[in-house]
Design a protein around this ligand. Sequence first.
Ligand SMILES: [Zn+2]
Ligand SMILES: [Zn+2]
Length: 357
Amino acid sequence: MTKESLCPQCGEPSPLGLCDRCRRERSTLLAVADHLEVTVCPVCGSHRVQGRWRDPGAPVEELIYEAVASEVSVHREVEDPKVEISISKLNATQYLASVRLSGTFGEVGASEERTVKATALRSTCDRCSRMAGNYYEATVQVRGSAGAPGSAELEESRKIAESVTDNCLERGDRLSFIQETKAVKGGVDLVVGSTQQGRAIARAIRERFGGSIQESFKLAGTKDGKSVYRTSILVRLPRLKAGDLIRARGAFLEVRGFEGRRTACRSLRDGSTAYLSEEEAEDAAVVGNRSSAERALVVAEDRDVVEVLDPVSFRTVSASRPASLEAGAGDEVEFLRFGGDLLILPPREGGGVGRRS
Ligand SMILES: [Zn+2]
Ligand SMILES: [Zn+2]
């Protein structure tokens, strides 16, 4: 045991100079700004934190809470510090935050309290002011390859564009917005705030329908000494869709999907895979699509032929049997009509024979 020493300030026993109590009184345990501001967009409710706009969602009190919390600094010798912040509203723009610290400082308890005045400023955010100012970076042009794509595809493309736009915004692309949707000859134009967003939309549409993407840009002028470019992203939808039953290369083929520029098909007769070039896909005759297939009951079958009951005429009709069809008498099969014939479809890939919808 060392010789007992005393605190030079209060005279209490203290092994190392000032005692904890006196040191605590001389230290700033809790430091925080007297005043801070949060900025909220009156149009969309976004808020600005450290110069950056963030998405709406949080009420002003919560923003102030976070701003105060990020400002607070606690003396590093305070152990088990606990900080409580409570916000009260003074008027439309003024708030008061009380910050309370508790913990221990050496051998003694520590607590301190501060108040922070917070002002909520209102200012239109970068995104809203650009939307209002007709700002855009890119146009996604969705087109059919041979004439207008079906309106169902355009409608779905629009929905895809909306959800991709939301995703881009959530991931922090503040310029992700759809400025305008224009119906044009042969398709639709989506005028968008951000080039990245436009590319993401184009990729998502191609993923859904197949097709090709072609990008070009042109100089639209200068702003603040910088060149401003506008990008055009052309999404050419393929003429064929997944599930189409087509006639090509002298056979009936079902379109399975798209691999680059090639259309992947499955032969109706033997189930083999065939890849059509763009020209072949362009020339193929479309019989129908699986989504509009009818269902018929198998009455009898052998290796090459199935006899089914036509659900419209109630007659028994013979049709070629797809190699991969395992259905027997009493099972249901899907078929499309072609001329006077029934084309029995092979079972859906990954599914059983008779999945009732
Ligand atoms: Zn002391
Ligand atoms: Zn806004």
